[in-house]
Design a protein around this ligand. Structure first.
Ligand code: ZN
Ligand code: ZN
Ligand code: ZN
Length: 642
């Protein structure tokens, strides 16, 4: 499993993409800041002749330090004066200077869209480039290039879905040779049927922990030598400081008191209490940071288009300018609070959850209000929107770590010690192996996939890795099929993201197993390819509870039920959910979703976690502490398993 420190950022390095790009002259993205779906001119790009940037045999590029650059005397004088001025604090770096090292040539820096700080694409003294270091440490994932860079003020975005997550983005050279297409690895590159490019050529934008040099140029050797030399430790402390104070600088590190860091993450723990003592404060820091970020995003002067949903709930449609500028991240299910304090109506506020976020079709956000009464629908202008922060995911992580520590039945002894990094004799589970490893309804497995399936079925803890495009979803679904057939009880299948859970749910359903997709209440209104497998849909479609069907119909027609009926309705829903969950072979949900109270009474002996590399370690704990004795982790390269 990966640690918090090493939150996913290693990309499949087998795909070094430089050579493919040499004769490339345009990049397609879904939306550049200037225009939509227009090739960006790459004409002025030159990448290969930058001899100051070299690659060492282990593939880690770094500045060459053992060679004095040839600079003439005038230059040196100039530098001396410049250094003096710097000492006196009279020369300010431009706003786009790297927040770590001060490098500021426009082609070499990018701005983090989340915190608006700039970072360069050089590694300095660390193994990752400064921008990648920052994105990983801060868990920010979106950037914009400098307006004076060769590609102009461009936000790298998926051509297909508009996703800006640079860790998921890659490019495919189009057949025409003059353009590349940016696509996210999942799902767009995987499902792309466009004949003008070949998905097999997909390569990540971040390779070997820095941005590809045609996208963000590594700074020259001279620039690197002149820049502030910042250590990995300083970077970590600076990032921690920024969570408290976004304007902190390296100078603030010198101040007393700031050195009280949380205990570092280690690879071997005495016991689960030590584990909890180390990860607990880290999760708390994450939660505080997330809360402050969300709460600082109040937006005023919002114009609303009022609407009524099919379920008779009030829906507000509006645009958030901050969202367009990338300052705010919004996901379906997030809660927002709308307020009206203008003079045309008495003050009003109402909470709701987001049912639609901006996409390629429209920039509007849809917010379904919790209560329909008293909404001033005659007023359309002058609203304020606040983010309502929810601690659910962080609470569930903390609870899982506590359960891991205090409840000895939460995981098997073997898994307990393995997770804490203790040395153990390998164990083999005694079960009957299947005769065939391919699963019904799924493509036949190839040799390496078959080997993967075979090797995990009898191991209490295993890890499957493979680069994108190696059929990990089919392999995972085949494993789940056999685990469900070989073992008593239900298999719990999780991934950090809803997208990944849905894909896996679909494949597992194809094998004929009884699958339930458990989604958060706030996401129930959402349509997906596996809607019919979601618990709430299965409840709605059940035929065994006639009275419940009547009440559901009544509620849909009237929007609300009498309090007596509502009580009956809720009790029947709980009953029905219990039956459906109890009859399932497999239950699929996000890692955080595994902390849903509806699962708390169930025990899951067998757990598979997909995209485990992209989950924080305490997040993976949530599905594990429900009694697991066998765990399969699936991820990209670089999963660190203890
Ligand atoms: Zn830098
Ligand atoms: Zn940032
Ligand atoms: Zn995409």
């Amino acid at each position: 499993m990966d640690t918090f420190e090493n939150f996913q950022y290693d990309s499949a390095s087998s795909y070094g993409g430089m050579s493919v790009v040499d004769d490339t002259s345009s990049v397609y993205t879904a939306n550049t800041t200037n225009a939509s779906r227009v090739p960006v001119d790459l004409e002025s790009l030159s990448i290969t002749d930058d001899r100051s940037f070299t690659s060492s045999p282990n593939g880690h590029s770094h500045a060459v330090h053992n060679k004095t650059p040839s600079r003439n005397a005038i230059d040196e004088d100039f530098d001396a004066v410049l250094d003096d001025l710097k000492d006196e604090g009279q020369v300010d770096l431009p706003p786009h200077a790297c927040s770590y090292c001060g490098i500021h040539s426009p082609a070499s820096v990018v701005k983090c869209l989340i915190c608006s700080k700039w970072f360069c694409n050089s590694r300095g003294n660390t193994s990752a480039s400064h921008i990648v270091n920052h994105l990983v440490r801060a868990k920010h994932k979106e950037v914009i290039l400098h307006s004076e860079s060769p590609l102009g003020e461009t936000i790298p975005e998926c051509y297909n879905c508009g996703s800006k997550n640079v860790f998921m983005l890659g490019f495919i050279p189009a057949k025409s040779d003059t353009v590349v297409v940016l696509l996210c690895r999942q799902p767009c590159a995987a499902v792309s049927k466009d004949i003008s490019w070949n998905p097999a050529l997909w390569a990540p934008l971040i390779d070997d922990r820095s941005f590809l040099s045609w996208l963000v140029k590594p700074p020259s050797e001279q620039e690197q030598l002149r820049s502030r030399q910042i250590s990995f430790q300083q970077i970590n402390r600076l990032e921690d400081l920024w969570r408290e104070n976004a304007n902190a600088t390296l100078d603030d590190l010198e101040k007393p008191g700031v050195d009280d860091e949380p205990q570092p993450v280690i690879t071997h723990y005495e016991d689960a209490y030590q584990y909890q003592n180390i990860f607990g404060p880290l999760v708390k820091i994450e939660a505080d940071y997330d809360k402050r970020l969300k709460e600082s995003q109040t937006q005023t002067d919002i114009t609303i288009r009022w609407d009524l949903g099919l379920n008779q709930k009030r829906v507000a449609w509006f645009c958030l300018p901050k969202l367009e500028s990338g300052e705010v991240r919004l996901a379906v299910g997030d809660e927002l609070r709308l307020k009206y304090n203008g003079g045309l109506h008495k003050p009003w506020e109402g909470d709701g959850h987001v049912i639609k976020i901006p996409n390629n079709v429209s920039d509007e956000i849809g917010l379904e209000l919790r209560r329909s009464e008293g909404v001033p629908t005659e007023i359309t202008h002058g609203y304020t929107a606040d983010f309502v922060w929810k601690s659910t995911s962080f609470d569930r992580m903390q609870l899982a770590m506590k359960t891991f520590a205090v409840d000895e039945k939460s995981v098997s002894g073997y898994i307990y010690h393995k997770l804490l990094g203790h040395e153990l004799e390998p164990q083999v589970l005694r079960t009957q192996m299947p005769k065939r490893f391919s699963a019904p309804g799924l493509p036949e497995l190839n040799h390496s996939q078959m080997y993967a399936v075979k090797s995990v079925l009898q191991k209490p803890l295993s890890l499957i890795q493979g680069p994108p495009g190696t059929g990990k979803t089919v392999t995972s679904a085949s494993i789940v099929y056999h685990l469900a057939k070989m073992n008593p009880g239900q298999v719990l299948v999780c991934a950090p993201s809803n997208v990944a859970v849905d894909q896996l749910t679909e494949k597992i359903h194809a094998t004929g197993l009884k699958v339930v997709r458990l989604s958060a209440k706030s996401r129930e209104a959402l349509d997906s390819s596996v809607s019919f497998l979601t618990l709430h849909q299965q409840v709605a479609n059940n035929t065994t509870h006639v009275e419940l069907q009547k009440l559901i119909q009544l509620k849909n027609e009237q929007g609300e039920l009498s309090s007596n009926d509502e009580r009956k309705y809720k009790a029947l829903i709980r009953q029905c959910e219990k039956e459906i969950l109890g009859a399932a072979d497999v239950i699929c949900c996000t890692c955080v979703g595994a902390g849903d109270p509806r699962l708390s009474k169930l025990k899951f002996r067998t757990v598979l976690i997909d995209e485990a590399t992209q989950a924080a370690e305490p997040e993976c704990m949530i599905p594990l502490v429900l009694g697991c004795k066998q765990v399969v982790l699936v991820g990209d390269h670089q999963v660190r398993l203890r």
